[in-house]
Design a protein around this ligand. Structure first.
Ligand code: PMP
Length: 395
């Protein structure tokens, strides 16, 4: 890549981090991390692996026993027609899986349809593989879902793949089975790959249902599924994810890239993942129930805290409040280019409340701010109280 990398932005997250360092006792609603720790099943398995000396090189694509367990999970929980554990490739978290996929799949100039707004690394990974992201809008008025005719109209002879992320970061939108059927039909009709990023597969609220794209009729061979333990098992820092890929040629390329980028994912973390899969899965539901309570707490307090300056429905999935800034609010400094940056900086500097400007997720995110509500209830309550202070001084 060399100097091409100079032109690829690292997203506003670094600027936010710098800003957060300038405030004492901040409310960390900016980063997408849960406040839970990994379950005992994972931690005990890691400790055991260390004690037993599992400190050596492993097969590049992952421990056979782990791939067996993941193949079983993908078959039963995601309804993917996995025939062999060879179809599973263990990665250093979802972001690594996405990087490998883009590198293995794309030729320079290949277009990839991707949502706007969207978690920035999905876009930068396409750019880093010299692909061209073509953004398709997610519509707030439709629960941040896609308009199928609009999506179809963006396909050109250069389109190689559609990147889909449901539940979505930052919007919390969850695509319905009908949405996914329409995307699948388009992919089949136009012979496209689908990259299905299912990082938030277990974080669903109300009546929402998670459907894996690769489980739909005829879709498994053309779907490249990205999974991670970061959210489901509260393992963000441990770094564990995996890809499910049917196509043998792509798998060979992915194996080369895996070898070159990591040789193998950390042995002790792979043992931890085995522990997680063999332990009780009830923990996933416990996390989900607590996240739903935190979502409700945040949204119930929001109207009073913000004086009605933030608008938006509680999301059906993931753990972000992606809120629209009401038209009535204007930045203190005249001539400000981005309202979402102005709002973010004010909340951080005046309220110690970490958040991310919506424009960082794409042009359609402008005028929005993202808050992560996966924090402790006390931290959420503190952030709401601080927000009330910021806005009551200004109203
Ligand atoms: N996809 C999406 C949409 C995400 O939001 C994230 C993490 N924030 C990931 C993938 C990757 O997570 P990780 O690398 O921690 O597995």
């Amino acid at each position: 890549m060399g100097k091409d990398l100079d032109d690829i932005p690292l997203s506003g997250i670094t600027r936010i981090r710098d800003l957060m360092y300038t405030v004492p006792d901040p409310f960390r609603l900016d980063q997408g991390d849960v406040s839970f720790d990994a379950p005992e099943s994972v931690r005990a398995a890691i400790a055991r692996a260390v004690a037993e000396g599992h400190t050596h090189y492993l097969p590049t694509t992952g421990l056979p026993k782990l791939r067996d367990l993941l193949a079983h999970k993908a078959r039963h929980r995601n309804r993917l027609r996995v025939e062999s554990p060879d179809e599973i490739l263990v990665t250093n978290g979802g972001i690594h899986g996405l990087y490998l996929l883009c590198q293995a799949l794309l030729e320079p100039g290949d277009e990839v349809l991707a949502p706007d707004p969207q978690w920035p690394p999905a876009i930068t990974n396409i750019l880093t593989a010299r692909g061209v992201p073509v953004r398709y809008p997610l519509h707030a008025s439709r629960g941040w879902r896609v308009d199928h005719a609009e999506l179809a109209s963006l396909v050109t002879p250069r389109t190689r793949a559609i990147y889909v992320n449901s539940p979505n970061n930052p919007t919390g939108g969850v695509l319905t089975r009908e949405d996914l059927e329409a995307i699948a039909a388009l992919a089949r009709e136009r012979n496209l790959w689908v990259i299905s990023d299912e990082a938030y597969e277990d974080i669903l609220f109300d009546d929402a249902e998670h459907v894996s794209l690769g489980s739909l009729d005829g879709m498994y061979p053309r779907t490249l599924s990205v999974f991670t333990f970061s959210k489901s098992y509260a393992m963000t820092g441990l770094r564990f994810g995996y890809l499910v890929v049917k196509d043998a040629r792509l798998r060979e390329r992915l194996t080369k890239l895996l070898f070159l980028t990591t040789s193998n994912v950390s042995s002790v973390i792979q043992h931890g993942a085995i522990g997680g899969l063999q332990g009780s899965q009830a923990i996933i539901e416990q996390f989900r129930v607590e996240l739903e309570a935190r979502r409700n707490l945040f949204y119930e307090g929001l109207p009073a805290a913000s004086g009605g300056l933030f608008e938006g429905q509680p999301p059906k999935g993931a753990f972000y409040a992606f809120l629209k800034i009401a038209p009535g609010w204007s930045p203190r400094e005249a001539g400000t280019v981005s309202r979402s940056w102005a709002m973010t900086e004010m909340l951080i500097k005046d309220g110690r409340i970490g958040c991310i400007p919506g424009v960082d997720f794409g042009q359609r995110g402008e005028d929005h701010v993202r808050f992560c509500f996966a924090r402790e209830r006390t931290e959420l309550a503190g952030a709401l109280a601080a927000m009330r202070g910021v806005f009551s001084g200004r109203l």
